[in-house]
Design a protein around this ligand. Structure first.
Ligand SMILES: Cc1cc2nc3c(=O)[nH]c(=O)nc-3n(C[C@H](O)[C@H](O)[C@H](O)COP(=O)(O)O)c2cc1C
Length: 184
């Protein structure tokens, strides 16, 4: 990898304390190559419900949490989401956060990859891809995979120490960072 360090914003679609998806993103932080810096973002916990009345053109009525979320996403070189599936869809907190980005002028063309920590999930990842491509994100398919994290009690350390899981995660990161650098 060449050039400046890429900044990746990582967002877990699950906000529960023992989230496997969050552990997967924390493992990605441990395994990231020197050319990339991955920052976990916690905006989903505090974002207010999306309301178009508050999402004005000039942004004067936009809640500060939503404005900061948009700024952080806008400033990142790429957005890495890892999300569970809830009732064959994506969690409401994640959809809410994405709705706050719909009118953002910096989001179209943003490189996005989506991970999922559960092998059972089919509909959630597909729905997330559909929403992101509708929002004109640059969805990186090669980097968007399900990485089945087994059982309860998974941590970033146990994931990073598992040869198969760590390889899958490294491969996804390489594909994502490569696509960002190539602009493809
Ligand atoms: C409300 C709710 C609905 C769920 N619905 C589904 C589902 O439709 N399909 C599925 O495969 N898993 C479903 N699950 C299981 C979660 O996707 C799974 O436990 C996931 O690994 C949780 O991610 P987390 O550990 O990051 O919180 C559901 C879990 C919850 C809490």
């Amino acid at each position: 990898m060449t050039g400046r360090q890429l900044h990746i914003l990582a967002v877990s679609g699950s906000i529960r304390a023992e989230s496997k998806n969050r552990a997967l993103l924390e493992a990605a932080q441990l395994l990231a190559p020197p050319g990339a810096r991955i920052t976990l973002d916690w905006s989903l916990v505090t974002l207010p419900h999306f309301n178009p009345d508050l999402d004005t053109i000039d942004g004067h009525t936009r809640p500060p949490e939503a404005a900061h979320w948009r700024e952080r996403v806008g400033a990142a070189d790429g957005l890495l989401i890892s999300s569970p599936e809830y009732a064959h869809g994506i969690p409401g907190v994640l959809k809410n956060a994405l709705d706050w980005l719909v009118s953002s002028t910096t989001f179209p063309g943003k490189p996005v990859a989506s991970l999922c920590a559960s092998a059972m999930s089919v509909f959630g990842p597909a729905q997330l891809r559909e929403t992101l491509t509708t929002m004109n994100a640059r969805f990186v398919d090669d980097a968007s995979i399900v990485i089945p994290v087994p059982g309860a009690g998974a941590t970033s350390a146990t994931i990073a120490a598992d040869t198969e899981l760590a390889k899958a995660l490294r491969d996804a990161l390489d594909a994502f960072l490569g696509a960002i650098e190539r602009g493809s």
